[in-house]
Design a protein around this ligand. Structure first.
Ligand code: ZN
Ligand code: ZN
Length: 421
């Protein structure tokens, strides 16, 4: 056995145990808001087993009726690409997603643990990756809709895994890398404070206040300006800004992403114009896409390139018509704890909370007034986009200014050098 360095030793300290237990406690208590007697469906990779067990323990302690965890294994995923027959890459486990949808309809809560190798599929055939993604998105859609419409309480939390840590810190020894990633997750997830559930409630209240401020402003458009970016994002009619937690239609309050630092809304699918350049690499389904630069005309991407992963980007925006249009715009100050950690997590849950971002694809109907009671046609008429995909990528930095433009055309500063004005 190799001698442990000081960083890796963190994994064997009471402090680590304390933080891991706190992460499970905030996941159930603040993130998911699991109700006594409620069923829980959890998904995780096998590498997240230690966190799965802590969360399962917390869930039963607050009275969960049944906890079911669906595990995946990244090595097994790769075996499909290496040895699967060419004709089979459009197959997806529809029966599994139908079962998950059924569980949600029966009242189950949903917790996803993220923690993946960001470049798992980077050496695989992009055509196969795209076929799998498309088939999976399609099969998953009915279950996903119950989540995006907030029919149930749900949340996503992160677990450090060896492959993820290695991708972030390729020069460190395995244990040191894992310890460093855990420390980043704990800091961003606010677990290293005396009362983490109370800290989350306070943070949540601040996000709500920021969203309310933007809702009172009723901007017609936002204008992003910075190096490689001059983008005007028209907002959907009757758009709503959201941030932090929300009461799901089952009456339970949940904070869907842990961490979360963003306030976000629905842009108008036909009113986005100009050029935008990504400020952080995007880890998309196991491939890194860097230096994205796209030009919008009338809401539609008419030109897209990337310095790395351009082929995957092209395939992504060719998924369907909505994949070339915006479904989300989000504002995050550059001083957020994730941004100030200076870490690039190569994971959207973290990186999207480090910077202002946009998402190509599906819009959140909850970001349109009375959105959940509108028909798809009514939502589209207000400017909300539809697509099989929803892919967030970062456009914010300390060099980006954001202006709010009113319906009359008057412009006022919203963010300067990445901070709220
Ligand atoms: Zn977002
Ligand atoms: Zn998003």
């Amino acid at each position: 056995m190799m001698a442990m360095s000081s960083q890796g030793a963190f994994l064997h300290t009471p402090e680590f145990e304390h933080n891991l237990n706190n992460l499970a406690a905030v996941a159930i208590g603040a993130g998911l808001g699991l109700a006594p007697g409620q069923e829980l469906v959890m998904t995780a990779t096998l590498d997240a087993l230690s966190l799965v067990r802590r969360i399962t323990e917390q869930a039963y302690k607050v009275g969960a009726s049944l906890v079911t965890t669906l595990f995946t294994d990244e090595a097994s995923t790769l075996l499909r690409y290496r040895h699967g027959t060419e004709a089979t890459f459009d197959a997806a486990s529809g029966w599994l997603y139908e079962g998950m949808a059924q569980a949600y309809k029966n009242g189950a809560a949903r917790l996803a643990i993220t923690g993946n190798d960001p470049s798992l599929l980077s050496k695989e055939d992009p055509a196969k990756v795209s076929r799998v993604n498309r088939a999976t998105s399609k099969a998953y859609r009915p279950a996903l809709e119950l989540i995006t419409r907030h029919d149930i309480n749900w949340t996503i939390v992160a677990c450090a895994t060896p492959a993820w840590a290695k991708a972030m810190f390729p020069d460190l020894a395995a244990d040191d890398a894992l310890a460093k990633l855990w420390q980043g997750i704990f800091a961003a997830s606010r677990t290293n404070v005396a009362d983490p559930v109370a800290a989350w409630k306070e943070h949540d209240a601040k996000l709500h206040a920021r969203a309310e401020w933007l809702n009172n402003k009723r901007y017609y458009a936002l204008h992003f300006k910075g190096p490689g970016t001059d983008l005007r994002v028209g907002m959907a009619d009757d758009h709503l800004w959201l941030g932090g937690g929300t009461t799901a239609h089952n009456g339970l309050y949940c904070i869907p992403n842990m961490p979360t630092e963003e306030v976000f809304s629905t842009p108008h699918k036909d009113r986005v114009d100009g050029t935008v350049t990504s400020t952080k690499p995007l880890s998309h389904m196991g491939t890194l896409i860097e230096g994205i630069c796209v030009r919008f005309e009338g809401g539609r991407i008419v030109d897209a390139k990337a310095t790395r992963g351009g082929e995957v980007l092209q395939k992504m925006i060719e998924t369907d018509e909505g994949a070339r249009r915006l479904g989300e715009v989000a504002l995050v100050p550059h001083s957020s704890p994730i941004a100030s950690s200076g870490l690039l997590f190569l994971n959207t849950l973290f990186d999207e909370n480090a910077a202002c971002h946009i998402a190509l694809g599906q819009a959140y109907s909850t970001c349109v007034k009375d959105g959940n009671s509108l028909t798809p046609e009514q939502l589209a008429a207000r400017g909300a986009n539809t697509s099989l995909i929803h892919v967030d990528w970062m456009i914010g930095s300390n060099k980006i200014d954001v202006d709010g433009i009113s319906a009359s055309g008057a412009s006022e500063p919203v963010m300067r050098a990445g901070e709220w004005v």
